[in-house]
Write a protein that binds this ligand. Structure first.
Ligand code: ADP
Length: 260
């Protein structure tokens, strides 16, 4: 490694400098490792549907003209895997966009935004979605499209992994604006909780392949939060439910930075 080794009894300033340098090096190395892993994960995610498409295409070529049932099945599977690939590509493109987009925006009024955004969910999913807000108006400078995306990711999961009512809440205090989505569903096992914000992480891979999840929703939400200088928190107890919170700082708004 290229680390600088300066014994602690050398001049204080040089010692301090060596620490800063080594910390920088650690950060660069860990970012590099993250990117390597991300690339490996993406390749893996691309390979699976491609393999399925390839084998069904072969099946189609061999038997398609003789057996209409096989033909039907092959076309259905190829279409559905192509759809997976399309969604995956769109999510990846989205991740790249979030990290570059402008975040110096005009304030958005969040209470009316939430009221208006939750309504269609109630109709589509026939689910009781409560909204809890203390204030009549809360302003925060965020892109309406990105905030909607956060809400959709949280609500999609809450509805997918629970059967009872869902609570959406908004809170503003001196330092933060927070939004949370709370369900009374299956919850997340303790050992999985630290990883649910990671890209491509799914608690139950079998369960999620059938429900169509790619393990990207919460990681995209996390990217959006970070872009605005905010952070995410996921609280959960298995069998009790899950609460996903996004927290935006009111000060230092100009300090919004690209993700590490
Ligand atoms: P996915 O697209 O698979 O839903 P996410 O990144 O949105 O991916 O979520 C990652 C994993 O976290 C999910 O696969 C699921 O296992 C778990 N999860 C997320 N939200 C909830 C929730 N509200 N209740 C239970 N499990 C959840």
């Amino acid at each position: 490694s290229k680390r600088i080794d300066v014994s602690s009894n050398s001049k204080d300033e040089i010692y301090e400098l060596s620490i800063t340098f080594n910390e920088m090096l650690d950060r660069i190395e860990s970012t590099f490792a993250q990117q390597q892993r991300f690339l490996a994960d993406v390749s893996h995610e691309l390979r699976t549907p491609l393999t399925v498409i390839e084998s069904y295409a072969n099946l189609l070529r061999r038997w398609g003209s003789k057996d209409p049932e096989i033909q039907e099945e092959a076309i259905r599977e190829i279409k559905s895997e192509a759809e997976r690939l399309r969604q995956l590509t769109e999510s990846l493109l989205d991740i790249a966009t979030i990290e570059r987009e402008n975040v110096n925006l005009a304030p958005l009024e969040l209470v009316s935004f939430l009221k208006k955004s939750i309504k269609p969910f109630r109709h589509v999913y026939q689910r009781n979605i409560r909204l809890q807000v203390e204030k009549r108006q809360v302003f925060y400078p965020i892109s309406e499209q990105r905030l909607k995306q956060l809400l959709v990711i949280f609500l999609d999961n809450a509805i997918k992994y629970s059967e009872k009512e869902v609570l959406v809440w908004l809170n503003e205090d001196q330092d933060f604006v927070e939004m949370g989505v709370k369900d009374k569903g299956i919850g997340i096992p303790e050992e999985d909780l630290p990883f649910v914000l990671d890209r491509f992480y799914r608690v139950d891979k079998v369960r999620n392949r059938s429900t169509g999840g790619k393990g990207l929703g919460l990681s995209i939400a996390n990217s959006i939060a970070s872009r605005y200088g905010g952070e995410m928190e996921v609280k959960s107890s298995p069998g009790q439910g899950t609460e996903v919170i996004v927290r935006f700082p009111k000060e230092n708004l100009a300090g919004a930075k690209p993700m590490a």
